[in-house]
Design a binder for this molecule. Structure first.
Ligand code: GTP
Ligand code: MG
Length: 521
């Protein structure tokens, strides 16, 4: 029986620390409370957020890898991906954006539009991903609401269309004016840190004396917005001209239920997707999916490698035999799972929009397509220009086998890019990263997961350009440049600096020396 419930598939994105993982957890908890009738969670529930499961993430309180969660809310199946905000891990965030239908952008009310946020808004615009904006941390002092709207309009060029408007300035969060109904959604803080903040909906005449002045101010601003035609328009939102805005405090669970309702009401359904050859797969066509992430080390007890795929079209049934587009080989989907942070569960069927994990499917790489019926291949997931390079060697030469296996696995996951050359040999691969924190992840995971401590030695390169075999031959022996081959076959010419790259390109106009998409900030 196909599961015909509608799907909502979106990513939570922003500059580091705006509250993505906190919001993700709040959304999931809220949905669970509602779906598991009568279930109430106690205080002890708020450990590390469900999406931050790696030891390093827990220790530092940041997300270093994206995490997918699936849950049911109001008879919709929600596929949510929490992404890392740090620009060192932006490759991962961008991979996720290739797999979702919309994005929830968090803005820290105290900090306004931070660099990574601006960059992500641009990426969404380029890719045609509609963005809903959540002004978070309204429980803390920050900018004024109108100021924030101006920033969005001026710096991003998107028209903000607030669906709620705060009652009380940042730091004095009384609740919001629901601009669609005109009601006051009043928040009540609960003692003892209960995880759900109760809301009361009051009509305009029911607003209590203590809130009256702030309410009047909110109403006034709401009317200003109306005059300014800053109201939600579904077509303009889907066309990427406007961004609906909500005000929240993820930490206190304020605004979380409203965001879930909003997602159901306005976030787009899965839609037809174009393959590299221009052919289009409609959601109701035969099954197809593409892999946007590979991850292992989720569970120390059994070392599963999970290939996360987004279902693009058709119904998936566990056990079905699909074609692996890049090799043309059949692939039996015996082990497929749905994911909730680090918890996984066998999945029997999945629909377009769903994110499923194929267990220990060694053949599947990031960017791969699988399908049944007519062949289809989805565009590759872009990789970024690395700007940091090290050579790696096994810290314990007796564990070289584990070292090799670890490097191969981390390469497949895209934790770093792995480069090799005949000159350097296989013992000391070159690791290339968009940001240096990627090396710390490698170090940590090599020691803990693969039991093979790793040593780095810094290389003096800063710039990578794509070249080809002819370029590799011509550049060999030139000063200030070295050509290595990435594991996907791409030849990369590494230069000590931009200047050297420029001069080499100028003096050798016949050589392929192509800049790669920039990733870091
Ligand atoms: N006061 C307040 N603090 C919040 C709120 N939301 C999140 N925080 C805090 O902000 C910090 C960062 O929250 P995270 O959810 O880890 O932020 P993130 O966006 O996932 O960060 P990265 O994944 O590292 O990019 C934590 O200390 C949270 O407790 C909020 O609404 N109000
Ligand atoms: Mg996070």
């Amino acid at each position: 029986m196909p599961d015909t419930r509608p799907r909502r598939t979106f990513a939570v994105i922003s500059h580091p620390d705006a509250g993505k993982s906190t919001l993700t957890e709040a959304l999931a908890l809220h949905a669970r409370v509602i779906t598991e009738a009568g279930a109430v969670h106690g205080k002890g529930d708020r450990r590390a957020t469900v999406s931050d499961w790696m030891a390093m993430e827990k220790a530092r309180g940041i997300s270093i890898t994206s995490a997918a969660l699936q849950f049911v809310y109001r008879d919709h199946v929600i596929n949510l991906v929490d992404t890392p905000g740090h620009s060192d891990f932006s490759e991962d965030t961008y991979r996720v954006l290739s797999a979702v239908d919309s994005a929830v952008m968090l803005v820290d009310a105290g900090k306004g539009l931070e660099p990574q946020t601006l960059k992500l808004f641009k990426v969404c615009a380029l890719r045609g991903i509609p963005v809903m904006t959540v002004i978070n941390k309204w429980d803390r002092p920050g900018l004024s609401a109108l100021e924030l709207m101006d920033l969005i309009q001026q710096k991003i060029g998107l028209r903000p269309t607030p669906l709620t408007w705060p009652v009380g300035e940042a730091g004095d969060f009384r609740g919001v004016l629901d601009r669609r109904t005109g009601e006051f959604v009043k928040y009540t803080r609960t003692a003892g840190g209960a995880t759900r903040a109760p809301e009361r909906r009051l009509g305009p005449t029911e607003v209590e004396e203590a809130d009256a002045d702030l309410w009047a101010a909110a109403v006034e601003e709401h009317e200003l917005l109306e005059l300014d035609e800053a109201d939600h328009d579904q077509d303009r939102f889907l066309a990427g001209e406007t961004t609906p805005v909500m005000f929240a405090s993820a930490l206190q669970n304020f605004g979380v239920a409203q965001l879930l309702d909003l997602l159901l009401d306005i976030a787009p359904d899965p839609s037809p997707t174009e393959g590299v050859d221009g052919s289009v797969r409609k959601v109701e066509d035969d099954f197809s999916a593409f892999v946007f992430k590979v991850q292992s080390g989720m569970n120390n007890a059994h070392r599963d490698r999970l290939a996360y795929a987004r279902v693009v079209s058709g119904e998936f049934e566990r056990g079905m035999v699909v074609t692996h587009a890049s090799t043309g080989r059949p692939f039996a989907t015996k082990f497929a799972q749905s994911v909730f942070g680090r918890d996984t569960q066998a999945v029997e069927t999945a629909e377009p929009g769903d994110i499923i994990g194929f267990v220990n499917a060694q053949a599947l790489r990031v960017g791969d397509t699988v399908y049944v019926g007519d062949p289809i291949e989805y565009p590759p997931v872009p990789s970024f220009a690395p700007e940091h390079f090290v050579t790696a060697s096994a810290g314990d030469i007796g564990r070289y086998k584990q070292f090799r296996r670890g490097i191969e696995q981390l390469d497949q996951e895209g934790v770093v890019q792995v480069l090799r050359s005949d000159l350097r040999g296989d013992q000391n691969p070159v690791l290339a990263a968009v940001g240096p924190m990627q090396f710390e992840v490698v170090e940590d995971r090599m020691a803990n997961e693969f039991n093979s401590p790793i040593r780095f030695s810094r290389l003096d390169y800063q710039v990578a350009r794509r070249t080809d075999a002819a370029g590799a031959a011509a550049l060999a022996g030139m000063r200030g440049v070295e050509v290595l081959q990435r594991s996907d076959g791409t030849h990369l010419a590494l230069f000590v600096d931009q200047w050297r790259a420029m001069v080499t390109a100028r003096d050798n106009p016949d050589l392929v020396l192509e800049a790669l998409p920039a990733g870091g900030s």
